[in-house]
Design a protein around this ligand. Structure first.
Ligand code: PD2
Ligand code: ZN
Length: 285
């Protein structure tokens, strides 16, 4: 049973809020194998304050100081259409918490096809970060094929990297190499967080190169005939893949309280091609 299936009550008594009912829910969830992170998410989803939820779950309080800057477009100046010099990108939808932006027209159809053509001969079964070692491993929750470009590897990749850097006001040097994924029918990417989980044995070596991931841009390079949306289960959002569009989301700390759990829903028919750009705190070399 997951913490999403059994929801904690949203009644928040005034004093400490740590009612016997809540503490019983915590111990039942814990006995059912749910992690404190999953329970924190479930409590936030029904409106508990982060402070009380962390107290009930015996988790440390959130850090007092948010980072000075995060990747983010300048929406004050240009709220609907972002002029990036070589391209006009459209803001189609936005959410404040978690920070999620759905973007239209980030790439032309020709640019999408050029990336697919360059990636296709180099596809291999996708690996995920092995959090125990910091290396990579085949993972049943990720049934796609993928490859990585080196940063700046070819003309279209360079152009896209510069466009993303300008859009999000975040240095090209802080970006990982672009990853391309291809999902066939039935393939999916089960919900996960993109940051590196603190406390896992492999995390320090991953952080040594550029610090934490702070944001993700998933770019749709084609349109599957069915399924394949990018889902954010904690907020009930599904972004439908449209060629050249993208979804951006950021996470100011590596914590489930950022509510950035997301996944790739199973492709029902056809293929789904995406490019993912992960942005780091510092230069990624
Ligand atoms: O394919 C997707 O929609 C997807 C979903 C979740 C991609 C990623 N995560 C990723 O590349 O991190
Ligand atoms: Zn992801």
């Amino acid at each position: 049973m997951s913490s999403q299936e059994t929801q904690p009550s949203s009644d928040q008594p005034l004093a400490t809020g740590l009612t016997p009912e809540l503490m019983q829910w915590v111990s039942e969830q814990s006995a059912a194998g749910n992690t404190p992170a999953q329970m924190l998410s479930a409590m936030l989803a029904v409106g508990w304050s982060e402070e009380l939820a962390r107290k009930a779950l015996n988790l440390p309080p959130p850090p007092a100081n948010p980072p000075a800057a995060m990747p983010e477009p300048d929406l004050a100046a240009q709220p609907c259409t972002l002029d990036l010099g070589d391209r006009q990108v459209h803001l189609l939808a936005s959410i404040d918490h978690p920070r999620v932006l759905v973007l239209g027209n980030l790439l032309s159809h020709d640019e999408c096809q050029a990336i697919i053509d360059a990636a296709q001969p180099r596809l291999a079964r996708s690996l995920t970060v092995a959090t125990q070692s910091g290396g990579e491993e085949v993972n049943a929750s990720r049934t796609s094929q993928g490859m990585f470009f080196q940063r700046g590897e070819n003309e279209v990749v360079r152009r896209l990297e510069q466009r993303i850097a300008r859009l999000l006001r975040w240095p090209v040097e802080n970006g990982e190499g672009l990853q391309v994924l291809c999902y066939g029918p039935g393939a999916e990417y089960k919900p996960h967080h993109d940051y590196f989980t603190p406390g896992e044995p492999g995390t320090p070596s991953l952080l040594a190169r550029g610090g934490q991931r702070v944001a993700t841009v998933v770019i749709y390079l084609n349109e599957p005939e069915g399924g394949g949306g990018t889902t954010f289960p904690e907020i009930g959002l599904q972004v439908v893949p449209r060629r050249g569009n993208a979804v951006f989301f950021s996470y100011e700390r590596p914590d489930p309280a950022t509510r950035t759990l997301h996944g790739g829903a199973p492709v029902q028919a056809g293929e789904k091609w995406i490019a993912t750009k992960w942005l780091r705190e510092r230069e990624f070399d």
